[in-house]
Design a protein around this ligand. Structure first.
Ligand code: C5P
Length: 405
C-alpha cells in the first residue's frame, strides 16, 4: 500500500526519536519514498547522517542550506507529500502545530502539507496528561489530523504511564491501512446529515442534544477519500473537515436541515442520515428573551419537526440509496428494523446504547447493520473512522458492485 507513496517523516526532539530510525527503515522497505524533516532539537537525539543514509535523501532541518544559501521549500514539500507522519511529536511541537508557531522547518512543512497528517505523540506521562497538551491534541484532531495515540508502559524517565510513542510497526500499519482504499465511490455524489439540530426557544435558548457530529464527519471523510463528491449538511458541531473540497452546509434547525438536504438529495446517489434531528421544536421562537416571572412557569408548546429521512424515503428514485441510523436503548433490533421499513431506507446502522463505547460524543462505536432485504452485519467496537469504512464497504458490496481499480 505504501509503494511509491511520498511520505514526510517529521522528527522532533524526544528520546523516542531513536525509534524513528527504525520507522524510516520500515517505510523504505514498504516501498515509500521518504523525506525526513527534523527539528533542531531532534538532531540532538539522532544524527542526520543516519537518516539521510537510510532515506537516500538529504535531511531537511534548516530554512536555508548553510553552505549554499539554498532555500528549502516547505511549499514544494507540502505539494509533493502523500502523507506526513510526525513521530515522535513532542509536547512542544504539538503545541506549535496546534497554534501555527512556524519557527522551524517541521512546523512550516506541517502548515503547508496538502495531505493527511499523522501525529504520534511521545512524552512523559505528566506532560501527556496535562490539560494544555490534551487541549492541543484535541485541536489538532479537530483540524482533521490523525492522532496515533501513545501507548502505556515504561517511559524514558522510568516512570510508568501513557506517553510511549506507538511502535514503528504499528505506525506503518496505520499508514498502510489509510492508503488501502478498498472500494471506490468515484463519480458518486454523497450527502450526509450530521450533528444535532438546535430548535430556538428565544434568542438565547434552544432545545438541542449531545450529538457531536463525529460519526457523520467520519463517514464524510471516508467517502471523500474514496473519491466521492461529498456534502455534509451539518448541525452546530465543533468537528471540522480535513479538506476544503468537502462541502459543508451549516444549518441550525431541523427545518433548515430539511431544506438543504432535500435540495442536495435531488442530484445525489447516496444519502446518509446520521444527524440527531430534534423530534420537536417550539411552536414559535419568542422575539425577546423569556423573562423569569415570579410565580409563573412558562409553557413551551412543541410542534413536530419534519422527518428528513422519511421524506427522502418518499422522494427516493431508483438507483438512489438511503441510509439511516438508529440509536436505541430498548427493543433495539425491532426498533431499528421498524425504522428501516417505515422510512423506506436501504440500510440502517444500529448503535445500541446498551453497548459501552457506542453512541453520542464517544470516539468509538459498535454497530449492527440491517438491510431492506433482511441481511444483518455485526461489527465489533471500533474507532468512528473504522466504523465509517465498514458502513461504506457494506453499502458498496451490497448495492454498488464496484471495485477499486
Ligand atoms: O426516528 P429516529 O429519530 O430514531 O430515526 C433515526 C434516523 O432518522 C436517523 O437516520 C436520523 O438522522 C433520521 N431522522 C431524520 N429526521 C428526523 C428524525 C430522524 O432525518 N426528524
Amino acid at each position: 500500500m505504501l509503494k511509491g507513496k511520498h511520505i514526510i517523516l517529521g522528527i522532533s526532539g524526544g528520546i523516542a526519536a531513536y525509534k524513528s530510525v527504525y520507522l524510516l527503515r520500515l517505510l523504505i522497505k514498504a516501498g515509500a519514498e521518504v523525506q525526513v524533516v527534523i527539528t533542531p532539537s531532534g538532531k540532538e537525539f539522532i544524527t542526520p547522517v543516519t537518516l539521510s543514509a537510510l532515506s537516500g535523501k538529504p535531511v531537511v532541518s534548516e530554512f536555508f542550506s548553510a553552505n549554499t544559501g539554498e532555500w528549502h521549500s516547505h511549499v514544494d514539500l507540502g505539494l509533493w507529500v502523500d502523507a506526513m507522519v510526525i513521530a515522535p511529536a513532542t509536547a512542544s511541537s504539538i503545541a506549535k502545530m496546534a497554534h501555527g508557531v512556524a519557527d522551524n522547518m517541521l512546523i512550516t512543512t506541517y502548515l503547508s502539507a496538502k495531505a493527511p497528517v499523522f501525529i504520534a505523540p511521545a512524552m512523559d506521562l505528566d506532560m501527556m496528561a496535562h490539560p494544555s497538551t490534551q487541549h492541543n491534541i484535541e485541536l489538532l484532531r479537530s483540524y482533521g489530523n490523525h492522532i496515533i495515540e501513545p501507548g502505556t508502559g515504561e517511559l524514558a524517565s522510568h516512570l510508568v504511564g501513557k506517553g510511549r510513542m506507538e511502535e514503528p510497526e504499528q505506525i506503518v500499519k496505520v499508514l498502510s491501512d489509510f492508503f488501502s482504499v478498498k472500494k471506490s465511490l468515484r463519480g458518486k455524489k454523497v450527502v450526509i446529515t450530521a450533528g444535532p439540530t438546535y430548535e430556538k426557544i428565544d434568542p438565547v435558548r434552544f432545545i438541542g442534544n449531545y450529538s457531536s457530529g463525529k460519526m457523520g464527519y467520519a463517514i464524510a471523510e471516508e467517502a471523500f477519500r474514496r473519491g466521492a463528491d461529498v456534502t455534509i449538511v451539518s448541525g452546530p458541531v465543533s468537528v471540522k473537515v480535513s479538506s476544503p473540497d468537502i462541502k459543508v452546509i451549516n444549518v441550525e434547525s431541523a427545518k433548515e436541515m430539511e431544506a438543504a438536504t432535500v435540495a442536495e438529495f435531488a442530484a445525489a446517489d447516496i444519502a446518509i442520515m446520521s444527524a440527531a434531528v430534534a423530534d420537536y421544536a417550539p411552536s414559535e421562537c419568542a422575539r425577546s428573551k423569556i423573562k423569569r416571572e415570579k410565580d409563573e412557569i412558562p409553557i413551551i408548546t412543541l410542534v413536530k419537526n419534519p422527518d428528513i429521512a422519511a421524506e427522502l424515503g418518499k422522494k427516493k428514485r431508483t438507483g438512489q440509496l438511503l441510509v439511516g441510523f438508529a440509536l436505541e436503548t430498548d427493543n433495539v433490533e425491532f426498533n431499528a428494523k421498524d425504522k428501516l421499513a417505515r422510512k423506506n431506507l436501504d440500510m440502517i446502522v444500529l448503535n445500541s446504547l446498551q453497548d459501552k463505547g457506542a453512541g453520542f460524543g464517544t470516539d468509538t462505536n459498535k454497530i449492527t447493520i440491517f438491510t431492506s432485504d433482511n441481511d444483518r452485519y455485526d461489527f465489533s467496537l471500533k474507532s468512528k473512522p473504522e466504523v465509517a469504512a465498514d458502513i461504506l464497504d457494506t453499502l458498496i458490496n451490497k448495492y454498488l458492485h464496484i471495485d477499486e481499480a
